[in-house]
Each structure stands twice: as structure tokens, then as C-alpha cells.
Design a protein around this ligand. Structure first.
Ligand code: ADP
Ligand code: MG
Length: 696
């Protein structure tokens, strides 16, 4: 009924206009109630609740913005499901979990963290009154460790299933069994795209429900020639759209934070250069942006001001902003992909898939006809973009997943029911990595060390570091270092004050280690009463430091629960370095020539990052270990610590012996390969043994 829609549209527009600053809480709630009724999902509310009542698993498909994420939880609550347990809703992205929980708490008129709350890693904003819980899929996965049938929940919504995040894929396999055991549990899987049949088949041909959409045509324009600089090009395109005089907000898709920041700056600069350009509200959004700034994208701009949101693919389906008429799509996103060359995952910029491209252009047609400018050619779209993004489970390191599944008693991972099984090599590589760390034994079973590692919501290497630090009697120091590594950057480098901030940073540097530099910063902050002034004076992000303190407290609670003691080594920081080495020995580099390093295992050249404490200090140790490799123009080691060659031989005997130094790169590679083959064979033998025993 297009006419009806049209009328409703007007009413909606009026309501939105009403929303000025002086609006009372009551009026705001009333207008929110009206907005809820306007969503496409509202028209099918009862039908949906009926189908959920009759089925234990339902797949729900609906356009982005139809109300799946914000409404389903509330409908289930209104239908009585929260009387028997929590209604949980998982999100692949932290930002979405937080932002949506906040929105729903407003819709229900309650305080966030009470009836409606959220949980993400290191941040639990729920309490005993919580009945609707938004969380990352990683959180629910960890909860299944404590409570394998997830008895706390009466309903679970696995949202954004089309994203196919690693944790969601693992949850699929686990929940498939849970629903067969628990007749009282409702499982709802939502997707913004049409791959629903695949989900339905996976759960045994379960019901699919389509939410009728309401979309407007979008004019899609391709670039005539391949674009060289997508930032510059999108700024030009944005200006052109802005100045052409049509009404409507704008959304620009960029791959990541750096590009977003540059785009925003450039756009503001060029607008400034123009005489009497109409005003433009430029709003960035990416996961590391502080949440008060994130909320801004949803606020209506003052009358006559156009909004221009510059976003990562978070705005593709996770967050819906109303009123977008123009989309500019740079055509790239950041993906975590296992890089065999460096033996670990690396976050890199890749072209998006055709499915992404179509989702992005769809954002322009939600409230009226729109336009989308693609900064790539039609030929590139057809020939170079994949139809769909490869699921994360098929392209990333699985060490954490393997550890988790093993501790859930899944012996044979190749038999686990994955929707799309990961390549066998991937599983074997991850198992090998866990074996190196001592988490798995030669038969592929979890060791006591591995069992302890599962307790920590950290990467396996970091969990190992914490556990080893107990024996080495420096767990207090290591806990601080691990917490510092769990937050994004703590050093603040404001524009125009680069030199001041760099010299402030240098004062903290411990010449032999970036890890110890972190420890130093934290200890000084603590000595200064955790003061925010102190942080400001020293160009340190106070918010990041507070987060570190929280993370440390939470990790400490886990240690307490495991009867692990917090022991300080005082000033004996060599012990701390050795603990660090015990977790990173497989990521070591050896000095070769002046300030040049080569990776000990692969022989590949790698470089100290210019921000490292070891960089340009005139002190170049023979051996170092690193936290991670980042690939930009060169391979940079990020966060490094100097270690003793002896320690490497002692802690990583499978890689290094003293005489090893003379071996060639090819020989070392061969040896690593042989070890892996041996481990695989041993595991196979163990498997056969178990099978034979079962048959007897
Ligand atoms: P879906 O999950 O189907 O994509 P959502 O439930 O996320 O849809 O969105 C429904 C509506 O709620 C949209 O119009 C969206 O703009 C609005 N909305 C969602 N989150 C917020 C928020 N934090 N602030 C204001 N509006 C929001
Ligand atoms: Mg959603």
C-alpha cells in the first residue's frame, strides 16, 4: 500500500522534526513509541511471534533497518519469554552490541545495564535485573564453556548471521546440538541477505520468515576509470554531491580509522576553502571511536545542515542511520586474514565483495530514492570482486577456537559440524601453534597448561605468559603488561604537538623492551594516584589507562578464581623479560648487520617499528621477540623485547638449539615441517587407537 506508506512517512517526518532540545522525556518516549510502530517488522509482529511459538529454530530475513535487532528482543519480552530466562542477542561487533543495547534501553524507558544491558570482552554492563542482554558472539561462546546448555537463556537471537564471523560460525555448530537437547529454548537466526536457505538447511530445514521490506530505488553510478586515491576521490565526490543542492544525508564507506580520519579532515579543509558553501556536519564512525561520539551519527542535524557520515563497514548492516540519500563507496574493507608468510593473522585492506557493495548501495534507499557512487569501475565490480566474502573461519587462525572446542570435549575437530568447514591446513596449523605453546600434547589432547589457558579471554600466547609468570614469580608485572596489550594505543599524539608528545613518550622508554615501557607507564601512573592530570601532562590517553586498570582487575579475578597468586618481582625486570620470552619464543628475530633483523624461523627480514623503544637508541640486542608483525610498506615488528639467545634455546627447544644458528633457512623450514608432520601422524595414530578401543 504505497499511499499508506506515504502518509506514514509524513507523520514520521513530523515526529522527527518535533525532536528539538527542549522536548520532554515523556514526549521523547512517545515519539520513540511511534517510531517503533513505523518499522517494517511491526506489521508482522504477531505472525512472527506465532511462528516462533511453533518452532524451536526460526531464520528471519529482513532488510537492514527493518527492526530485527532492536525489536525482536522486545517482542520476545512482551510475549513472556523473559519470565523463564534471559533473551540474548549476539552481535559480531562490539560497537553494535553497545549502541543497540543503549537504544533498546531508551525505547523501554529503563537505565542501560538494568533490564537491558550488554556484555563485551572486559566489559559487563548487566546486573541481576537484566532480562534482555546484547553481547558479542565471543561472549556467548565463552558462556557456553561454563554452561554448555546455556540454561540461563529462554531465547537466543544470533543476529547478523550473514556476516559469518568466526565466533558465530562456531556457535552455529554448538547451538545446533543445544536446541536438540533443550526443547524450551528458542533460537532465532537473523540475516540481512538471502543466504537464509543455507542457514535453514544447516539446522535441518527449519522455518524461514521474510520481513516484507520497504525500499526505494537507488541509482548506482560506477567510476569510469579505476581510482588511484580513493580518499581524495571520495572527498571530491562528496563535495560535488553536497554542492549539487539536493536534500538528504550522505554516507561514505572507508576501510578503516586512518582513512576515515583523513577523509574527514580533507573534506572539512576543502569546504573551508569554498566561499558560502552550505554547512555540513561531518561525523566519523569506527569501532575505536569513543561511544559519546559514536552516538552522534544517530542525532538529527540542525535544520538546513546535511549530515555526512564517514564509516567503516559497521554502517553496512550492523548500524542503520535513517535519512541517508547518498552513498559513496570506496570499495574496500579491512579483513583479518591468515598470512602464511608471517605465520599469523594480519589485518589488511581488501576489495569488498559484490554482496558488500549491494548492501552499501542499499543504505541510500531506505527513506526515499537515493544515489550511490561506486569508486570502482563496472568491470572491476564484475570481474574482480568476489560474489561473497570468504567466511572468517576459512581465512583466519583458529588457535582460540581449537582451544575452546577441545575444552568443550570436541576431540576430533575435523568431525565437528561446521556450516563451512575450515581448510584442514588451517586446523592443523592452529593445533601446531597450540602444541608449540604446550597447550596440546602429541596426541592433540588438551594439557593441564591448555586447560588453564582456556580460562583467560586472551590470545593463547598471552594466556601462556600469565600462567608462566606464576612460576617465574612476576605475575603482578605480567598482568599489567598483558592488560596494556589488550587496549588500543595509550600514547596520545595530537596534531601540532608531535614533538612534545614524542619526547614525553621517550621519557618512559625502557631501552630493552616495549613491554617494559608499558609496565613503566602503568607503574608511574599508579604511583601518581591514577591521576588524570598526570596522563594529560604526559600525553597519555586517560580513558585507555582506565580501561587497562579495569582489564587488569578482571584478569586478576580470573587468577583468584584459579587460585593463581599475584607475585611481584620488584625491580627484577630480567625475569619479566624471560616470562615474555616464554610466550613469544616462536616469534623471535636475530640481529643481522646494522640494526637489521631476520626472523629466526623463516629467515625473513623484519624491521623495528619507529615507535619502538629499541629504535634508534644505539642499542641493538642480538635477539628479540615481538608481539605482532604489521605489514605496511615493510614488515614491522610491533612491541618487541630483547631476550637472551639462551632463553630461546631453553624455552623453544623445538625451534632453536645453540648450534642451530648455523643452519640455513631452508633446513630450518624443513625441520619445522617435519615436526608438524610427525605431530599429525602421532595424532592420527592416537585417533585410530581410540577408534579401535571403541569398536572392541
Ligand atoms: P535491523 O536490525 O533490521 O537492521 P534495527 O533494529 O537495527 O534494524 O534498526 C531499526 C531502527 O532503529 C532504525 O530506523 C534505526 O535507525 C534505529 N536505531 C537503531 N539504533 C539506534 C540508535 N542507537 N539511535 C537511534 N536510532 C537507532
Ligand atoms: Mg540489525
Amino acid at each position: 500500500n504505497p499511499e499508506g506508506d506515504f502518509k506514514a512517512d509524513h507523520k514520521f517526518a513530523d515526529l522527527m522534526q518535533d525532536k528539538n532540545e527542549a522536548v520532554s522525556d515523556f514526549a521523547k518516549r512517545k515519539s520513540i513509541a511511534a517510531q517503533r510502530k513505523y518499522l517494517p517488522i511491526f506489521a508482522v509482529r504477531n505472525e512472527l511471534l506465532n511462528i516462533i511459538r511453533d518452532n524451536s529454530v526460526v531464520i528471519i530475513v529482513g532488510e537492514t533497518g527493518s527492526g530485527k535487532t532492536t525489536q525482536l528482543t522486545q517482542y520476545l519480552h512482551e510475549d513472556g519469554y523473559t519470565k523463564f530466562g534471559l533473551v540474548g542477542c549476539t552481535q559480531p561487533r562490539r560497537v553494535a552490541a553497545m549502541s543497540v543495547a543503549k537504544r533498546v534501553s531508551e525505547e523501554m524507558g529503563v537505565n542501560l545495564g538494568e533490564e537491558v544491558g550488554y556484555a563485551i570482552r572486559f566489559e559487563d554492563c548487566t546486573n541481576e535485573n537484566t532480562i534482555i542482554k546484547y553481547m558479542t558472539d565471543g561472549i556467548l561462546l565463552r558462556e557456553s564453556l561454563r554452561e554448555s546448555d546455556l540454561d540461563h537463556y529462554s531465547a537466543i537471537i544470533m543476529d547478523e548471521a550473514h556476516e559469518r564471523s568466526l565466533n558465530t560460525d562456531v556457535l552455529f555448530g554448538l547451538l545446533r546440538d543445544v536446541v536438540s537437547r533443550r526443547q524450551d529454548l528458542k533460537l532465532i537466526v537473523t540475516s540481512a541477505t538471502m543466504d537464509a536457505t543455507k542457514f535453514s538447511n544447516f539446522f535441518g530445514n527449519v522455518a524461514i520468515f521474510n520481513i516484507p521490506g520497504r525500499t526505494f530505488p537507488v541509482d548506482v553510478m560506477f567510476s569510469k576509470n579505476p581510482v588511484e586515491d580513493y580518499v581524495d576521490c571520495s572527498v571530491k565526490q562528496a563535495l560535488q554531491v553536497h554542492l549539487q543542492g539536493l536534500e538528504g544525508d550522505m554516507l561514505i564507506f572507508m576501510p578503516g580509522q586512518e582513512d576515515i580520519e583523513i577523509t574527514c579532515e580533507l573534506l572539512a579543509e576543502r569546504l573551508d576553502d569554498l566561499d558560502d558553501a552550505p554547512p555540513l556536519a561531518i561525523l566519523p564512525i569506527y569501532s575505536q571511536l569513543p561511544s559519546d561520539l559514536q552516538a552522534k551519527i544517530f542525532q538529527k542535524a540542525p535544520d538546513g545542515v546535511r549530515k555526512c557520515i564517514v564509516a567503516t563497514n559497521i554502517a553496512e548492516t550492523s548500524l542503520t542511520v535513517d535519512g541517508i540519500m547518498f552513498v559513496i563507496d570506496a570499495g574496500y574493507c579491512k579483513l583479518k586474514v591468515y598470512n602464511p608468510k608471517i605465520g599469523m593473522d594480519a589485518l589488511q585492506i581488501y576489495p569488498i565483495s559484490q554482496a558488500n557493495a549491494n548492501q552499501r548501495s542499499g543504505r541510500a534507499g531506505r527513506t526515499g530514492p537515493g544515489q550511490c557512487y561506486r569508486l570502482y569501475t563496472h568491470r572491476q565490480y564484475k570481474d574482480e570482486l568476489l560474489a561473497c566474502t570468504v567466511p572468517e573461519i576459512q581465512r583466519t587462525n583458529l588457535a582460540n577456537v581449537v582451544l575452546l572446542l577441545k575444552s568443550l570435549g570436541v576431540q576430533d575437530l575435523l568431525q565437528f559440524h561446521f556450516m563451512d568447514p575450515p581448510p584442514q591446513d588451517n586446523i592443523m596449523n592452529s593445533m601446531y601453534q597450540l602444541w608449540i605453546l604446550g597447550a596440546l600434547d602429541n596426541t592433540g589432547s588438551l594439557t593441564p597448561m591448555g586447560r588453564q589457558m582456556v580460562e583467560f579471554p586472551l590470545d593463547p600466547a598471552l594466556s601462556k605468559m600469565v600462567i608462566v609468570s606464576l612460576d617465574m614469580e612476576c605475575s603482578a608485572e605480567i598482568l599489567t603488561i598483558v592488560s596494556m596489550l589488550s587496549v588500543p594505543t595509550i600514547f596520545y599524539r595530537p596534531k601540532g604537538r608531535e614533538e612534545d608528545s614524542d619526547s614525553a613518550r621517550e621519557k618512559f622508554q625502557v631501552p630493552e623492551s616495549d613491554h617494559l615501557t608499558y609496565l613503566n607507564v602503568y607503574q608511574q601512573w599508579k604511583r601518581n594516584g591514577y591521576s588524570s592530570n598526570w596522563c594529560n601532562e604526559h600525553f597519555i590517553h586517560i580513558k585507555a589507562m582506565r580501561k587497562v586498570r579495569e582489564v587488569r582487575q578482571q584478569l586478576k579475578e580470573i587468577m583468584d578464581s584459579q587460585k593463581m597468586e599475584l607475585i611481584s618481582c620488584g625491580n627484577e625486570w630480567d625475569i619479566v623479560r624471560k616470562s615474555i620470552c616464554s610466550a613469544y619464543f616462536h616469534q623471535a628475530a636475530r640481529l643481522k648487520g646494522l640494526g637489521e633483523y631476520v626472523n629466526c624461523r623463516t629467515g625473513m627480514p623484519c624491521h623495528l617499528h619507529p615507535t619502538s623503544a629499541l629504535f634508534g637508541m644505539g642499542y641493538t640486542p642480538d635477539y628479540i621477540v615481538y608481539h605482532e608483525l604489521v605489514m605496511t610498506s615493510k614488515e614491522y615488528m610491533q612491541c618487541v623485547t630483547s631476550v637472551d639467545g639462551q632463553w630461546l634455546a631453553e624455552l623453544g627447544p623445538m625451534f632453536y638449539s645453540i648450534k642451530d644458528a648455523s643452519k640455513t633457512r631452508v633446513e630450518r623450514k624443513k625441520q619445522a615441517l617435519n615436526e608438524m608432520i610427525e605431530m599429525e601422524e602421532e595424532m592420527k595414530r592416537a585417533d585410530e587407537l581410540i577408534k579401535a578401543r571403541k569398536e572392541q
